[in-house]
Design a protein around this ligand. Sequence first.
Ligand SMILES: N[C@@H](CCC(=O)N[C@@H](CSS)C(=O)NCC(=O)O)C(=O)O
Length: 292
Amino acid sequence: MSCLVLEVLKPSVACALQLRATATGDSRRALAGFLYRHRGWDTQKAPVRKYSANMERRAGGGIIFRQLFESISSTYTYLLGDPESREAVLIDPVLETVDRDIKLIEELELQLKVAVNTHCHADHITGTGLMKKKLYGTKSAISEHSGATADILLSEGDSITFGKYCLNVRETPGHTDGCVTLVAGDQSMAFTGDALLIRGCGRTDFQQGCSKKLYHSIHTKIFTLPGHCLIYPAHDYKGQTVSTVDEEKKFNPRLTKTLEEFVEIMSNLNLPKPQKIDIAVPANLVCGLHDI
Ligand SMILES: N[C@@H](CCC(=O)N[C@@H](CSS)C(=O)NCC(=O)O)C(=O)O
């Protein structure tokens, strides 16, 4: 088992910190808005304080979280950071948006520890390798079952830690053999890659795809999370951004079916092959660094 463990977050402490920070920030903003409106002041001219990591540290804020979108492949990249240590993790970066992501990481004064792929993608080239080159000290990570090279090869039960937070690895094969779902330490969020999409799931017609395996993975590793756990997939093609375990259990048109019905649906999707598959897969097996 290869893992990178610094500290493990106590879920109750993390949740309490997050709630307190949200309430404090919101009520401060609400009070300022009220004063400005009540006194007839122009809210547009209210003094604006520039972003400062120090202000955030003093406020004892909760986890830093950004959902980023790459529109050619409709891929979501996720940035998570600890406001105190400033350590951060980036999930599923895309080659074309590496500079955008680095700008944000620098603006937020974060130190990127790990750039992790939920699997070996077939539709776009990962930004992980380039990210490692541009941000000194960043390590790449991917499942040991992906066949890809990386600094950290993940397996079931591993943790990726950043400051007082962590992401726990659950293996969710089916779309590919090396698919993982990354679950926040307090189980408030799960990054499901291409295993579970919002009202859908990853296709199973190439790269070791197996619909029976995928059905089993989703039911045993994702649908067993708390109902309120937020689902953040690697793609969305309809503009949806987030779901929950309860929502998907109730409304996912594929996963609410029996195994036999699911297998039938998956074998009749008739989707065209991803346009970049022939360059993306070989590139992603070497962290996206084949030609750079
Ligand atoms: N048109 C895109 C590829 C779209 C696609 O096949 N998406 C995959 C995830 S990326 S391999 C998928 O699993 N889709 C499931 C679905 O039901 O749509 C391209 O050419 O790149």
